[in-house]
Write a protein that binds this ligand. Structure first.
Ligand code: NAP
Length: 497
């Protein structure tokens, strides 16, 4: 595994956007949180790119054409829609499903992709931590395997970028930029889930997953091993982000589109319905903005082609080594900005803490989550409204339990390859495709994150801020005597937008 990336002599330097000129790209997971940012950035910053083929499946009664129309109406694409709408015509949907044989792609589309695609970004995955093992194996491992098989047939392939996770080796405290021996043989795990009855697979899942906390990190680790063994001499890079949050600056600050992981918790804390969480305040919170990850992915493809002989290079896309913050800092700074830019329809004054004392956490959960939720449901029933708060609390507690493993530990993710890649860029490319995490001003970033949750998840326009601030000020006075002041409940945590 190469780790020293080296520099290119100035006269041989090919700007990143030029690398993509007249080339077509194939993206899996392009309808997801990170995939959308990737597509937008490629179209905006690599204007000579030819086509972006997006693997898409019909979903919830929508065919891929209407899904694509909806996708490009996202606020994320506003700049392109306004300034260069013709770029959006470069997106071509490819009907498929990575759980189907040959990715569910028609023979004609496969032939076309094999003739035209130069760069592949594989981002599709199930990111549900506690997904059933069988489905997680099918999507995260077999999907990757099938994609590699397709890549072997691509005549022009110059780079395959596989999106993994920094936590796929979370049983180690120090994680280098290398693919470690897998926790089990991938082919054995595949055979098990394909031959045993589902109920038995569920029963043996904890034993199979072993010292990893969930099926997600387990299958992502096995997918890396499968990829390494099956890629042959394909030009491959693996990008491993830690916890990906809203955009730092591009194309809009604070853009986020799902309630997954910390987003759902912070959204609920901001609404006042969540106040205690297990975690160690002094441990590093390895968070990374989505546009930082995407810039690194785009540049890693450029470098993979230009230094093809180096073998598979892994990039740990993390912040903990170069620009660390703690969970306590993250939580306290989020509170500061939730109070400065409050959400509408609060249930309680936003507050609370992160604690590693399980007894204290259990007592606070009862007093601050479950009893108020129960009472609010009683009030809702009495006013002939649908009781929702207990259901919301159950979801939040489940989500916070999934995060607990990550908020009570810390890791040292080496990122020498990331630093070397950054150093190999021209100053101009370093500006256009910025993934230097030392540039992140966390206080400003967390402010934009809170505002992003308000604007993009709760769809609350900035004009509603003065009213929300007024309500919060009066709530602060009342909450000092412990009063819950509103029963207007409008949170839908953990349901995808
Ligand atoms: N978000 C993070 O914090 C984070 C951190 C580290 C690593 N990662 C990795 O980054 C990648 C992207 O994550 P994300 O946060 O963008 O996830 P996401 O928002 O859940 O998106 C997942 C994408 O995968 C697609 N997909 C899932 N099953 C599919 C199937 N059977 N056939 C075709 N497409 C399918 C989804 O398509 P549909 O729209 O059709 O469902 C969607 O486009 C993943 O590989 C993940 O492991 C994410």
């Amino acid at each position: 595994m190469a780790s020293c990336l080296g520099h290119f002599p100035a006269q041989d330097y090919i700007p990143v956007s030029e690398f993509y000129a007249e080339k077509s790209v194939f993206v899996t997971g392009g309808t997801g949180f990170m995939g959308k940012v990737l597509v937008e950035k490629l179209l905006r910053s690599c204007p000579k790119i030819k086509n972006i083929y997006l693997l898409m499946r019909p979903k919830r009664g929508q065919d891929v054409t209407s899904r694509l129309s909806e996708l490009i109406q996202s606020p994320l694409f506003e700049t392109l829609r306004r300034d260069r709408p013709q770029e959006l015509n470069k997106i071509v949907p490819i009907v498929g499903d990575i759980t189907d044989p040959e990715l569910g792609i028609s023979a004609a589309d496969q032939t076309m992709l094999c003739q035209k695609v130069s760069v592949v970004f594989h981002s599709a995955a199930t990111v549900k931590f506690d997904e059933k093992l069988k489905l997680s194996v099918t999507i995260n491992m077999l999907g990757t395997q099938q994609l590699v098989q397709l890549c072997h047939r691509m005549m022009l392939l110059e780079a395959l970028v596989h999106v993994s996770t920094a936590y796929c080796n979370c049983e180690r405290e120090t994680v280098e930029e290398t693919v470690y021996a897998p926790p089990a043989l991938p082919e054995h795990v595949v055979t098990l889930v394909q031959t045993l009855p589902d109920e038995l697979v569920d029963r043996i899942t904890p034993d199979l997953v072993g010292d990893r906390p969930n099926t997600y990190t387990f299958t992502k680790a096995l997918a890396e091993d499968m990829l390494i063994r099956e890629c042959g001499n394909l030009p491959v890079a693996i990008v491993r982000p830690s916890i990906v949050l809203s955009s730092l600056k591009e194309p809009v600050k604070g853009w986020v589109d799902n309630f997954n992981g910390p987003n759902g918790i912070i959204a609920a804390v901001g609404k006042g319905v969540f106040r205690t969480m297990l975690g160690t305040g002094t441990k590093v919170a390895d968070l990374v903005p989505v546009d930082t990850v995407i810039n690194l992915m785009i540049v890693s493809a450029w470098r993979t082609h230009l230094r093809r002989g180096d073998g598979v290079v892994v990039y740990n896309c993390c912040t903990g080594q170069q620009n660390p913050i703690t969970w306590s800092y993250f939580v306290k700074t989020s509170f500061k900005y939730m109070r400065r830019h409050p959400f509408s329809d609060l249930v309680w004054y936003p507050g609370g803490d992160i604690t590693n004392n399980r007894v204290k956490h259990a007592i606070l959960t009862l007093l601050q989550h479950r009893i108020p939720a129960f009472l609010l449901d009683v009030i809702a029933r009495a006013s002939m409204k649908k009781p929702t708060m207990m259901r919301v609390q159950n979801k939040l507690e489940n989500a916070s339990a999934c995060l607990e493993y990550f908020t009570t530990r810390q890791w040292a993710f080496s990122d020498d390859n990331v630093k070397a890649l950054c150093a190999a860029l021209s100053p101009q490319d370093r500006g256009i495709f910025d993934f230097d995490v030392t540039n992140i001003d966390w206080d400003a970033y967390i402010e934009s994150y809170v505002l992003g949750i308000r604007r993009f998840l709760f769809k609350e326009s900035p004009e509603t801020l003065p009213k929300s601030r007024k309500v919060l000020r009066s709530a602060h006075d009342k909450s000092s005597c412990g009063r819950v002041y509103s029963v207007e409940i409008s949170v839908q945590p953990f349901e995808r937008a």
